[in-house]
Design a protein around this ligand. Sequence first.
Ligand code: EPS
Length: 388
Amino acid sequence: MKHFRWMTAGESHGPELTAVVDGIPAGLPLLVEHVNDHLARRQQGYGRGGRMKIETDRVRLVGGVRGGETIGGPLALVVENKDFSNWTGRMGPEPFSEVPEAVTRPRPGHADLAGGQKYNRHDLRDILERASARETTMRVAVGSVARRLLEEIGISIFAHVTRIGPVCAPPFTGSHEELRAKARASDLACPDEDAAQRMKDAIKEASHAGDTLGGHFEVVAIGLFPGLGSHVQWDRKLDGRLAQAVMSIQAIKAVAIGDGFEAGSLRGSLVHDAITHAPATNKFPRTSNHAGGLEGGITSGEPLIVRASMKPIATLRKALPSVDILTKEVFEAAHERSDICAVAAASVIGEAMVAIVLADAVLEKFGGDSLRELQRNVAGYKDQLAGF
Ligand code: EPS
């Protein structure tokens, strides 16, 4: 049973994108700026294509918010697609006066072919419009609501890019505050300026070669306490819930918690985090955080570290061979505009998905029809931990 329930609707070049969010307690301060800030961050990033020059994503809150606060009912959020005005004869809901030219040439790496076969659509636009990462606009909008809720109980989330194609950023050694500020200031969300410059050069080179690049990002959540998620049942384990949420982001091919894949190549003494005790707070800090803040599917109170790998954008100027679904002719997929690299944008979407999963786990554990009730329940639990 989900406690933070949400869904999105809308096509990439349709009139609007929509989301409905259910389960938000009443009394949560929520302004359009809280959402628009993150929508704008998602649109930035070195290596984005022409579409981002057309769109300036701004949310309209059309349900569930009154006078700057949630009122307990479902939230309805809408973002306009400005590009729709260029697609009216081809994308509107009304019957077409003139049937638009069908997309019959599936692009390798996209949902085009498998989706067309599954839904029996011979104009592959019916598939690509919904599979498009344009949908992630609404994930970020919904994630902004989740973030607001988490902020009210002291939990915050940020992300940084650790790799673009062949270029890896060195491990960051400063504080979380520095990491967040430096990542925010970078148009690749990379805190290391030298690495960011080399990443840009790699993106430029890929672009000149008609190619694209992927990369890695890391989402960090701080201000957590032990006890979100549970060890008792497979679908209540927070690591599994996070992995599903982040893996569902378009183009993500791997998700790891903490040391992830590396943990499998080391001895146990190098992978597990020794437990200490701080008498003043009765907390049990760790000497390291290889586990990424989760043990047994439960938060440990250490920072949560979720890492993801994004494949290179599948729309290539230097296209791979494919087959026309009607004529069965082999061709090299025609290229339209596309992004060269969208890892920085994906890191903002990763933040949103992690925020949504954490907000769900918070509501599951603490309930509360009003923000005040939720905060009281959290404070009571923290008292219990202090006396543990
Ligand atoms: C996308 C293709 C491009 C991207 C788009 C995702 O759009 P278009 O086909 O309109 O040029 O810009 O991303 C967004 C629109 C966005 O908001 O991030 C795709 O095929 O997935």
